[in-house]
Each structure stands twice: as structure tokens, then as C-alpha cells.
Design a protein around this ligand. Structure first.
Ligand code: IVH
Length: 675
């Protein structure tokens, strides 16, 4: 009988080890080695076995992460050694001063540092006794925190049991609980759908999820953890020489340790690390607010000791804050190139993300309503990397009684034409078209931009003046500009005027693709312009085509086709084009042979999707053949798809085609059809 139980114990242990390993692969290494279905199968097997032998269930079993009853209150935990904070540096000089103090304190010339990201989450302490996770707590005031063990147990990146034979009697791991940016966006989407409160940033979302009395709520939020050090310990094998060795040790115990942790010598290396991580910041899956430099030698750390609540051996080098509070002074409405009316926040200047911000986008009227933003509010402004600053939220606690709601104008603020918002669109548009000076300016700037006609030196300030002085109304007017008119403008030296005239002249020789793109047709970006040039080979053919034919061009659907025909249906646009050509704007004719339209082919207008590799032709070749016969190739399978052409190793498109009952062709069948 005992033997029987032992065998069951062993089997349970084996399953738990295996599941822990796969958890580690998935949640820590982000590199699963089995499928979700296989994982679920293992998990069910363990659950069933534990159900049959309930007395053999142990708290550190992977089945026991959730299950604790909601608490009434968190109890207090006293940290066995206090959880300290770091002093901050913002400027290089402060880091240099730190390094100098360290070198002088230790009387050495060059210091070895361990460097790591400064995670923007919540500090926690995790205590393992005999290799089993026993208590987890928040930092609190540094001396006492709250016992959030039940919630921390639900975080899959935190091991419930250490995967080692040689377990330390006691190990306190310290680190940061975070929510990944992607999980934060998903959570906010769900909150929005449920009509519940959205979180301002991943840190707040992590905090809100961790401080839940009901661990089931925490379990439903995806949190993760990164270790950055240890607290109290008892036992051998724990490195006592270097911080970096402790980090490696923690990694072998399956704790997540940031890939960006490094060891380096001297202060210059620290500063280039700061710069490097700063560049990487936007692409990291989690938020950081700086980097941390730690003297690597534990002996040296001890020698340096502490000042009040912070160690002398470490410092946080912070990035400029990406969010800041300021006052919303007003809301302007800007008119874009295609007439889109965008509300823009005018802000009391605020330093955020390393620059002074005075304007921020509010996206559209719905967004203002959703965020409940009023003029006069105190708002949070965010500027991350190079993206346009945006107003994230209102600080409700500071709402002014005089705050005024914003009303989207029903007329264009620049030209006074009616603004309309088409059904299903979030954006209102000015109907003034190219008669609206705001749209004129945008259209000209776009026309002159580098990827369009590439007129060097024709920037925003100049275009502003040209339109305001009624020298230029349309792109065609650029080619009629006289040197004297230009030279009369404010701050325009003769040499610059000459340069501009030369640049305008030079731009006359262009390509059809650039010219189409430069026209600024709604929904026609650079890639679409290239496809159009390739397909039609001539501007006249493009101008006189219809929607049906347009939809045979790769990646052009009904919306884009409509935008194109609308554009050319406008006499004003045709007139501008005629003037441009008269001024000498030209491109090499028929560089690409136009594709002949086969009106009566069997596949005219039929929609194809390609998947897998074909035996005798590339997918591009197949695409061209289909186009040549009037067929259309799209990227995804839907009920509108007529044929799926499948080669070797087809992807999920094949499965979807089978599911939807779409006709599936191999290469030979395709060629037959094209004959
Ligand atoms: S070391 C004695 N390393 O920053 C120093 N802290 O102001 C103990 N933090 O509350 C902290 N990333 O939560 C350290 N790589 C990192 C960190 C880090 C984030 C947080 C930590 C602490 C605060 C210190």
C-alpha cells in the first residue's frame, strides 16, 4: 500500500516538475517548447490525480496558484532587513560625481559595476523557506509592508518552489512586479468594453491588480516579475562575492532576470549604457524609468555602506519623466491635408519626455468625451520617444468648477466650409477641399515632401507665407513662382530664394509613382501609389479608370478605389494636374508596361489568396499572372474569396479556406484556370 502511495507521489512530483518547467519556458523565457494543448493536457492530468488523492496536494503545486478565499484586509509584514530606496541622478555630472565618491571611498581607480534597467513597477519581497514560496509582501514604508502572498502566487513567472536539489534554508528575493505594455493595452480594452475604469499606465494597472483582496481578480490580470536582488538568506551556494553572480544564481533558480543586466568598468561605460537603454526603451516589452548602477563587488558594497535610507554603492540614473501634469488652457481645431479636423490641446508649457510641450493631440471628439476632458482641467500629458504628445487623462480631483466642455465646431475654423462626419467615421472633415487655405498648405507641403516631389527647402514656414500672401494656392502655382516674389518674402535671402527656385525646377523630373503619391489622394500612400503606377503605367489611364478596374490592383479595396475615382472626378483636381503637366512636370513614359485588362477572362474580378510555396513559380509570379488576367490577390481568406492557391506548407489560410468551403487550387489547377 505504502509502495502504491510512493509511486503516486513520484508521479505527482514528475508532473509538477514538468509543468513548472513549461511555465518557466513560457512565462520567464518566453520560449514555450510544447503546444498549449499539450500543456493543458499535462495540467489536467495533474488535477485529476490530485482530485483522487486530495491528501497529497501541496500548496506549491502548480494547480494551487489560485484558490485562496478573498481577504477582508491585508495583514502587515515586517521586513527582516529594510527595503531601501535608491538615490537618483538625472544628469551625467551627477553620475560622474557618484563614481568619484565611490572611487574615493574605496581608494581604487576604476570600479566594476553591475548595471540593469530600473523597472517601473512595484517593489516586492518573496520569501522561500526550504525552497518553497511562503510569504510575499509589498515594500510599504520600507520597514513594514502588506502581506500579498495570495496575489503573488497567481503570477506565473514567480516560482512556487525552487527547482534545485540544493535548496537554501531561507532565501528572500527582491524585485519588481510589472504589467507588460501589451497586456496593459489588452486590459484597458477589456475594461473599456465592460464600461469599467481604464488605467493610466502599466504601473497603475499592476498596482491596482496586485492590491486586490480577491486573488481571483489578480489571477485574471497578466502580471510578471523581475528579480533585482536578495534580502535575508540562510544556506550555502548563495554567491557572496558579486552582485552579478547573485543575479545569475537567481536565473538558475528560474527567477526572471532582465536580459539587459550587464557588468562594466568605469563611469564612461555607465553613460553609454544609459544612452543605449534609452534608445531601446520604446521597444522593451515593459516600462522602465531609468537604469541602476550598482558596485558589483559585495565586499566593496559593504565597505561603502549606507546614507540614511539609501546605499552609497548604487544609484538610479533616471530618464526624463514621460508623463507630467499641466493645465489645459484651450482646445484648437487643426485642419489636416485631407480636411480632417483634429482637436489639439493648448497646454501651459510643461517639461515632459525631455522637451517642453505646449501642444498635445486630443485625437477626436469621441476621445475627448470618453476621457471627460474639459477646458481648464488639470491633465496628464504623455510624450514617449518621438511620438506626438497626447493628453492621457484628467486629474479629476483637481477639476475646476469653471471648467468648460468642448464643442466640436460644425464649420471649418479656417475656411468656414461645413464640417461633416460620415457615418462610421470618428473624424469630422472640412468640406472646403482645396479651397480651404489650411488644406492648401497641407497639400502643398505634402506635394513637396521628400518621398513625393522632393522639393528641398520648401518647409512649413515658407508654405505658410506663400499661401498667406496668395502667391500659391495649389501645387501647380509653385511652378509659376518668380524669383522676385520669393525674394520679397520675410527672412528670405537672395541665395535661399535661388535655391528654392532651383529645387522647384529640379523636381519637374520625377517618376509616375512619386507624382501619384504627391497628389495627396486620400488613402493613397506611397506603396499604393507605386502599385498604381505599375498597374496603369500612365497617368491618363489611371485618371480615366473606374472603381471596378481599380480593385484589381493589389491591395486596393472598395474604399481606396472610391477615394481615387472621387479625386479624379473633381474638375479642380484635373485642372491642377493639367497645369502641372503644362509647367513641364514629367516622368519617363512606360517604364513599366501597363497590364492589359482582359475583359472576358474567366477569372476577371475574382479574388485569390495565395498560401504556401508553389513548385514552379514564386508567389509574386503567380500574383502577376492572376493580375494579368484581371484577377485580384488579397492577403486574407474570407467569404468573399473565390480561390485559395495552396502550395507546400500552407499556413492557417488553408485551414480557413477548408472551413469556409473556398475552392482550393494547386499550381497546375491555377495554370489551367488561367489558360
Ligand atoms: S535595487 C538598496 N534595482 O527602485 C537598493 N531597485 O528607489 C534596492 N527598482 O523600490 C533597490 N528597478 O523597487 C534596484 N534594478 C533595480 C530596480 C530597482 C527598480 C526600484 C525598487 C526600489 C526603487 C528604489
Amino acid at each position: 500500500m505504502n509502495n502504491g502511495i510512493e509511486a503516486i507521489q513520484q508521479q505527482l512530483q514528475k508532473l509538477r516538475d514538468l509543468i513548472d518547467l513549461h511555465n518557466y519556458q513560457y512565462y520567464v523565457l518566453d520560449d514555450p517548447i510544447i503546444s498549449d494543448a499539450e500543456y493543458d493536457q499535462l495540467f489536467r492530468e495533474l488535477q485529476q490525480l490530485e482530485q483522487r488523492y486530495p491528501r497529497l496536494v501541496v500548496p506549491e503545486s502548480p494547480t494551487q496558484r489560485i484558490g485562496a478565499a478573498p481577504l477582508k484586509d491585508f495583514s502587515q509584514v515586517t521586513h527582516r532587513t529594510p527595503m531601501l530606496s535608491l538615490s537618483n541622478a538625472f544628469e551625467d555630472a551627477e553620475v560622474e560625481a557618484f563614481d568619484r565618491r565611490v572611487r574615493e571611498g574605496l581608494e581604487v581607480d576604476c570600479i566594476e559595476y553591475a548595471v540593469e534597467p530600473k523597472f517601473d513597477g512595484l517593489a516586492v519581497s518573496l520569501c522561500y523557506e526550504q525552497g518553497v514560496f511562503i510569504t510575499g509582501a509589498t515594500r510599504g514604508d520600507g520597514n513594514t509592508g502588506e502581506d500579498i502572498t495570495q496575489n503573488l502566487r497567481t503570477i506565473k513567472a514567480i516560482p512556487l518552489r525552487l527547482p534545485t536539489e540544493n535548496v537554501p534554508a531561507l532565501l528572500e528575493v527582491r524585485g519588481e512586479v510589472l504589467m507588460l505594455k501589451a497586456d496593459f493595452l489588452k486590459l484597458n480594452e477589456q475594461q473599456h468594453e465592460k464600461g469599467e475604469k481604464e488605467f493610466a499606465n502599466p504601473r497603475n494597472a499592476a498596482a491596482g491588480s496586485l492590491r486586490q483582496l480577491d486573488p481571483r481578480i489578480t489571477a485574471s490580470r497578466r502580471l510578471t516579475f523581475f528579480a533585482y536582488g536578495i534580502g535575508v538568506t540562510e544556506g550555502e551556494n548563495i554567491p557572496t562575492d558579486k552582485h552579478s553572480h547573485i543575479m545569475t544564481y537567481l536565473a538558475t533558480l528560474h527567477f526572471p532576470v532582465a536580459r539587459e543586466c550587464q557588468v562594466m568598468m568605469g563611469v564612461e561605460a555607465l553613460l553609454s549604457y544609459y544612452h543605449e537603454i534609452g534608445q531601446l526603451r520604446e521597444r522593451l516589452p515593459y516600462d522602465i524609468d531609468g537604469v541602476v548602477y550598482k558596485v558589483n563587488s559585495l565586499r566593496q558594497q559593504e565597505e561603502l555602506g549606507f546614507v540614511s535610507r539609501a546605499p552609497r554603492f548604487a544609484i538610479a540614473h533616471k530618464f526624463p519623466a514621460q508623463e507630467a501634469m499641466t493645465e489645459l488652457l484651450g482646445i484648437d481645431v487643426q485642419v489636416g491635408r485631407t480636411g480632417a479636423l483634429t482637436p489639439v490641446a493648448r497646454l501651459k508649457p510643461v517639461f515632459v519626455g525631455g522637451v517642453t510641450v505646449t501642444n498635445a493631440t486630443l485625437h477626436n471628439a469621441d476621445e475627448i468625451k470618453r476621457k471627460n476632458i474639459m477646458i481648464g482641467d488639470t491633465v496628464m500629458v504623455r510624450r514617449a520617444g518621438d511620438v506626438i504628445p497626447e493628453v492621457v487623462s484628467v486629474v479629476m480631483a483637481q477639476r475646476n468648477v469653471l471648467a468648460k466642455p468642448f464643442v466640436m465646431p460644425d464649420h471649418c475654423p479656417v475656411c468656414g466650409a461645413r464640417a461633416v462626419r460620415l457615418p462610421g467615421e470618428t473624424i469630422a472633415r472640412c468640406t472646403g477641399g482645396l479651397f480651404c487655405p489650411a488644406q492648401q498648405k497641407r497639400a502643398i507641403l505634402h506635394f513637396a515632401s521628400r518621398r513625393a516631389m522632393d522639393i528641398e527647402g520648401l518647409g512649413g514656414k515658407l508654405v505658410e507665407q506663400l499661401v498667406d500672401h496668395a502667391l500659391v494656392r495649389t501645387p501647380a502655382d509653385l511652378y509659376k513662382l518668380e524669383l522676385s516674389a520669393l525674394a520679397n518674402l520675410e527672412r528670405m535671402a537672395e541665395k535661399s530664394a535661388n535655391n528654392i527656385v532651383a529645387a522647384i525646377e529640379k523636381s519637374k523630373h520625377t517618376t509616375l509613382a512619386r507624382f501619384i503619391y504627391a497628389l495627396g489622394i486620400r488613402n493613397v500612400g506611397e506603396a499604393t501609389a507605386k502599385e498604381l503606377a505599375r498597374y496603369f503605367g500612365s497617368l491618363d489611364r489611371l485618371m480615366d479608370t473606374d472603381r471596378e478596374r481599380l480593385q484589381q490592383v493589389t491591395d486596393i479595396g472598395p474604399t481606396v478605389a472610391q477615394s481615387i475615382t472621387d479625386f479624379f472626378a473633381e474638375p479642380h483636381n484635373r485642372e491642377v494636374i493639367a497645369q502641372l503637366r503644362l509647367s513641364g512636370v514629367n516622368w519617363q513614359k512606360n517604364v513599366v508596361e501597363p497590364v492589359q485588362l482582359v475583359q472576358h477572362s474567366a477569372i476577371n474580378g475574382k479574388i485569390f489568396v495565395l498560401t504556401g510555396s508553389l513548385p514552379n513559380m514564386t508567389r509574386d509570379e503567380a500574383k502577376e499572372k492572376i493580375h494579368a488576367m484581371g484577377g485580384k490577390v488579397t492577403g486574407s481568406v474570407s467569404t468573399k474569396t473565390d480561390y485559395v492557391v495552396a502550395g507546400a506548407d500552407p499556413g492557417s489560410k488553408y485551414d480557413k479556406a477548408v472551413k469556409l468551403g473556398v475552392v482550393i487550387l494547386d499550381e497546375e489547377a491555377l495554370l489551367d484556370l488561367l489558360q
